[in-house]
Ligand binder design. Structure first.
Ligand code: DGJ
Length: 807
């Protein structure tokens, strides 16, 4: 609901309100973002001002009390007294940087205005399932006869317009309100109606001024294979900023961030989530002013950014996504999940079940050939896998990462029948066929580079600093985008690809577009992203049935911009289950796990050399879009049987895991998660333990999101335990002495296993959620029979819950 009257604006989602008003002087005063308030309350939320304090700048003689330095503003510019982080910075032809934007008009368009160029959220009243989670209070306000209400099925829109007083530049702010998700989005557009040539140094996507200080800034950062570490920083004074300058949204700092009041937990407390629909350099900052107010801004990173606007040109920012939760991080995540699933993901695969895949990368790396791949595909089929993916290494001369990127033709030595040949054979096995590409890159050792060195981001007179021996194609150049569209279309057509993994394996250096003139080199980063979106848009429209997966050395471009085109992203090159539990859990704060992919790989793990049980690797991976990435042929027969059982089990629960609601229940040494079907009739629980602590054997599993009034069958799939896991303790049961790891020990293990503990209960949803169900006692120095949960370091369990029919 959007309501406006007498220069007051109230945007309500049902679970949150966002309000501002226009001051007498024409600037927008931000009034509130937080729990719901009434329109009638708004006058009491304005700041009561009678005089300027101390040495502050007064806006003008008529309004001495309007001191922009300490006002909460909807956006701010430089030069008229506000010295905090600006929203917009423009250099005018006379060299001045002072802007003074004054309110001009507003409208509530029925449909979202088309601002072109960038992907944005959307409303589609037909696409959503019933609302769920915190935002589903269903509150609707009656339309008001004196005021104006703006409504559209699924979303409501507001556009406000501000005109620069002396230069005539127009600044438009677009708001989209999604009541079903408890989310409000913002976007800004600058229209150069000044008649002069402008240099735009900064235009943020959102600014939220809070009237107090004392927020904790949480962000998610990392590096290759080490994505999504969380840091919480209490910002009591000064400026705290995080950003990406890699040219991508990056694993160095994800654009999703949270602000919270100290003490906020999963289930209680005030917090805010922010994200950007953008895949390039970004910036998020929280500044505490000298007057103890907090300003949050987020948008394109101003570093390395400068955009020239000729008269008549426009510049549009990425869209910012904002949510408020008064019920802790769980509420925030529920809102973000609902929003992404309904209003970001799109296309054929949006709500479709995704196939189980086997990816060739960790199985064979560059050592690919039809001869080697087909037996692997055959064992995938035997194991119940549905999609076979040929990763890097299939194209002309690609035997290592030093050559061939750009030459997208099959290497006939490896694939004598070309792409069609291998694809036909894989299809013939009854599997879908997928292929890896890295369209944005080129090796200097490639025909493409030799023919078109001018298509590459590099500076002629400088030695290029390489990343993974490759360079980045200049997507700011439309000719490159045209070429790539056709090159990729040929690959997709020839291979009859059902799935495409779109990789991107380096960050930017030596940033320079040979296509752009010198005065536009500050536009390269952003124009690259625009070119990328153009390319992705063309190919996803041309091949709507292909399941695309984004990837950038793992999670180096995990963001909402990519998710507007591709429904899933490879979250990390780290496939170690222990690391994945942490990473996936941290992704879940801002993203639904059903948009990230997770694979079972071999052990010792290729990134960490850690050993984890196959059961744990499976349990962690099914809480993402699930697949395998190992040489199935090399597995022991018993493990192959286990994989087969895993794929069967997954197929039974796939719908719940891919379309259910995900909740974090507990995290620390143990991690507890649950995924509940939208109708709350089925759920899968996850319990993982990092390290065993002695005498902590009485675990409780607590559910979330179930129907409290329903009766559930709670059970597990008991796993047979390998007796070698008990080491020399075998001698406490064996009539003859068995030397540990001896031939005898191994022979006994082949014929004898220990039955795993069984859980089987009929229990109400209310009890499962609180206090939770008590699990079988864990091994703790004594006790090793089937009544005991053998829960070692890195162990995991899956629990299944099914609603029983009412008696
Ligand atoms: C990086 C990706 O993240 C890996 O999964 C793999 O596809 C390699 N690139 C291939 O070069």
């Amino acid at each position: 609901m959007i309501r406006t009257e007498n220069d007051y604006f109230l945007l309500s989602t049902g679970s949150s309100s966002y309000a501002f008003r226009i001051l007498e002087t024409g600037q927008p005063e931000h009034l509130h973002f937080g729990p719901p308030v009434r329109f009638e309350d708004l006058p009491y939320l304005t700041e009561k001002r009678a005089f300027p304090a101390g040495n502050m700048i007064s806006y003008d003689r008529e309004h001495p009390a309007v001191t922009l330095e300490d006002l909460c503003l909807e956006f701010s510019a430089e030069g008229k007294g506000d010295i905090r982080e600006p929203f917009v910075v423009i250099v005018y032809e006379n060299g001045s940087r002072t802007s003074d934007f004054i309110f001009e008009s507003f409208e509530c368009p029925e449909k979202r205005p088309d601002w072109g160029t960038l992907p944005v959220s959307y409303a589609d009243s037909d696409s959503g399932s019933p609302a769920s989670g915190e935002a589903a209070s269903g509150e609707t306000e009656p339309s008001d006869s004196t005021g104006r209400t703006c409504a559209d099925a699924g979303a409501e829109y507001l556009v406000t317009r501000f005109r620069e007083k002396s230069h005539g530049v127009l600044l438009e702010l677009l708001y989209a309100v999604y009541p079903d998700a408890g989310v409000i989005c913002r976007q800004a557009r600058l229209v150069n109606e000044s008649g002069e040539k402008l240099r735009l140094l900064r235009l943020m996507s959102t600014q939220v001024d809070f009237p107090a200080k004392g927020y904790v800034f949480s962000h998610f950062w990392g590096s290759w294979a080490h994505e999504m570490k969380r840091s919480d920083t209490a910002v009591s004074s000064g400026l705290f900023a995080v950003s990406s300058f890699t040219g991508t949204s990056s694993n160095r700092s994800n654009p999703f961030v949270m602000l919270s009041r100290p003490g906020t937990s999963e289930g209680s407390g005030t917090c805010y989530g922010f994200n950007l629909v953008y895949s390039g350099n970004h910036y998020e900052a929280l500044e505490v002013s000298a007057y103890e107010k907090s300003r949050f801004v987020s948008g394109i990173n101003p570093r390395g950014f400068e955009f020239l606007l000729e008269p008549g040109d426009t510049f549009t920012t990425p869209e910012a996504v904002m949510t408020y939760s008064g019920h802790g991080f769980a509420g925030l995540s529920r809102n973000m999940h609902t929003f992404i699933r309904r209003h970001i993901l799109r296309g054929y695969w949006k709500d479709k079940e995704r196939p189980i895949l086997l990816n060739s990368w960790e199985a064979r790396y560059f050592d690919l050939s039809e001869f080697r791949l087909l037996p692997l595909a055959k064992s995938a089929k035997d194991a119940g896998i549905e999609l076979f993916v040929m990763d890097d290494g299939w194209f002309k001369g690609r035997n290592s990462d030093t050559s061939s990127l750009g030459d997208w033709e099959a290497d006939r030595k490896k694939l004598p029948g070309g792409l069609k040949g291998i694809s036909d054979k894989v299809h013939h096995l009854g599997l879908q066929f997928g292929i890896w590409v890295e369209p944005e890159m080129v090796n200097t050792d490639s025909d493409l580079y030799r023919t078109h060195p001018e298509w590459v981001i590099q500076i002629d007179e400088k030695t290029h600093s390489e990343g993974r021996n490759q360079r980045i194609l200049d997507l700011a150049n439309p000719a490159v985008v045209d070429y790539l569209e056709e090159a990729m279309a040929r690959v997709f057509e020839e291979s009859r690809a059902d799935y495409v993994k779109w990789d991107m394996n380096r960050i930017f250096s030596d940033v320079y577009s040979p296509y752009l003139p010198a005065e536009r080199q500050g536009e390269v980063f952003h124009r690259y992203v625009l070119g990328l979106y153009d390319l992705m848009g063309r190919l996803t429209r041309r091949f709507p049935r292909i399941l695309f997966e984004g990837c950038a050395s793992g999670g180096n471009r995990f963001d909402l911009g990519i998710l507007c085109f591709f429904p899933q992203i490879w979250a990390s090159d780290n496939t170690d289950a222990v690391c994945r539990v942490h990473q996936q859990e941290n992704y879940s704060f801002g993203y639904p796990l059903s948009c990230l992919t997770a694979h079972v790989s071999s052990c010792p793990n290729h990134q960490t050399l850690r050993n984890t049980p196959l059961e744990t690797r499976f349990a962690a991976a099914i809480f993402g879009i699930f697949g395998y990435e190992l040489n199935l042929e090399d597995l022991k027969p018993a493990d192959r049987e286990k994989v087969k059982a895993q794929t069967e089990l997954y197929k039974k629960w796939r719908a719940v895991l891919q379309s259910g609601d995900f909740y974090r229940v507990r995290h620390g040494n143990t991690h507890e998660w649950i995924c509940v079907s939208p109708d709350r009739s089925r759920a899968v629980g996850f319990l993982f333990q990092a390290l065993v602590h002695p005498n902590t054997q009485y675990a409780v599993f607590r559910a979330k999101g179930l129907d409290p009034d329903a009766l559930y069958h709670f059970y597990n799939n008991p796993e047979q335990q390998d007796i070698r896991k008990f080491g020399s303790l075998i001698n406490t049961a064996s009539p003859v002495h068995v030397r540990q790891d001896s031939l005898v020990h191994n022979v006994i293990a082949r014929f004898m296993t220990m039955p795993g503990e069984e859980e089987d209960a009929l229990i109400s949803g209310a009890a499962l959620m609180n206090p939770g169900i008590r699990l079988k006692q864990a091994f703790s120095g004594t006790g090793y029979n089937e009544e005991v949960r053998h829960f070692q370091d890195f162990s995991a369990r899956l629990y299944f819950m099914e609603k029983m029919p009412q008696p």
